[in-house]
Design a protein around this ligand. Structure first.
Ligand SMILES: Nc1ncnc2c1ncn2[C@@H]1O[C@H](COP(=O)(O)OP(=O)(O)OP(=O)(O)O)[C@@H](O)[C@H]1O
Ligand SMILES: [Mg+2]
Length: 283
């Protein structure tokens, strides 16, 4: 498969992240779906090659925080968080389908096993077949089973970078409500790489609202450490920006992935190389 694009859309964009229960901003969902629909319309229906990873805002972070899902094993809290995220998924899927996007949900509780909150395995075949047949897989961060902690949370930031690796994606974008990552004077940082991250880290924080996966700092770290390609963090609320990303434009803040960062540590490169080699052996 070629030219796969992975777009993560942040929960802070289309939910009221500060609300105590899941609250969707339906006008924003409509706007995002309209723009995605414009893109899909211009593609060969069988070669859309787009995957959407969606954040969950108040639908995921609020129940996870309320039930302390990450602190101790809590079956009821797990179920409540799962149900809340599933509710958001169903609302968004309905809008995407209305805009002629053949969006299909992929439930990570059913296809992921984690180890200490990191994806240990993910059943990729379904996602590959969906893409090959012109569907747009839509995957939300959620609670998953974990071999160490019983239950953990896998964020859509982690899903997006993981899938970029597994699917050999050539574009990875993070649509946010912010213009990018800001420095101390709220200016957009043009590029963050492994070498300059230490200079900027002090300006990057968690979310202003409840976020159990560390907000902007978690996102930047995730990309620096796990993305095989460069990614951009951009404002997806601004009309036209999703199309700019999908057409290959680089704007907002560029985060240099480990696969392209010459300053990065060698162990990651070894990991991906051994993975490619083992894939060849298995092929
Ligand atoms: N230096 C920074 N630049 C930009 N945003 C920052 C910075 N430091 C902290 N933030 C906060 O991080 C937030 C973005 O992270 P957050 O995880 O909330 O976004 P998201 O990915 O849209 O949401 P979700 O996790 O629900 O998908 C911003 O809205 C802002 O409040
Ligand atoms: Mg977040």
């Amino acid at each position: 498969m070629i030219n796969i694009k992975i777009l993560k859309l942040g929960g802070s964009l289309f939910t009221d992240k500060n609300a105590s229960t899941g609250t969707v901003k339906i006008d924003i969902v409509e706007q995002l779906a309209f723009e995605l629909g414009e893109y899909v319309l211009k593609q060969d229906k069988k070669k859309v090659s787009l995957v959407l990873a969606l954040g969950t805002g108040s639908f995921g972070h609020q129940p996870a925080k309320q039930y302390k899902v990450l602190q101790k094993f809590n079956p009821m809290g797990t179920i409540e968080t799962y149900k809340s995220v599933a509710r958001l998924s169903s609302i968004i899927l309905q809008v995407l389908n209305k805009h002629n996007i053949n969006a299909v949900p992929v439930d990570i509780m059913s296809c992921v096993v984690a180890k200490n909150g990191r994806i240990k395995s993910l059943y990729i075949d379904t996602i590959q077949l969906l893409i090959q047949n012109g569907f747009v897989p839509v995957i939300l961060g959620n609670v998953v089973m974990d071999i160490e902690t019983k239950v953990s949370i896998v964020s859509s930031d982690q899903i997006a970078t993981y899938l970029a690796k597994e699917l050999d994606a050539n574009a990875l974008g993070f649509g946010s409500k912010e213009e990018g990552v800001y420095d101390a004077s709220k200016m957009i940082i043009k590029e963050i790489n492994n070498k300059n991250f230490g200079d900027f880290e002090k300006y990057i924080g968690a979310s202003e609202f409840p976020d159990v996966t560390d907000g902007m700092l978690g996102k930047v770290r995730e990309i620096l450490q796990e993305s095989p390609v460069d990614a951009c963090i951009f404002n997806a609320k601004k009309s036209g920006n999703i199309l700019r990303f999908l057409r290959g434009e680089q704007f907002g803040t560029k985060i240099v992935g480990y696969g392209t960062d010459s300053t990065n540590n060698i162990s990651k490169v070894v990991t991906i190389e051994s993975k490619i080699n083992s894939k060849k052996v298995n092929a």
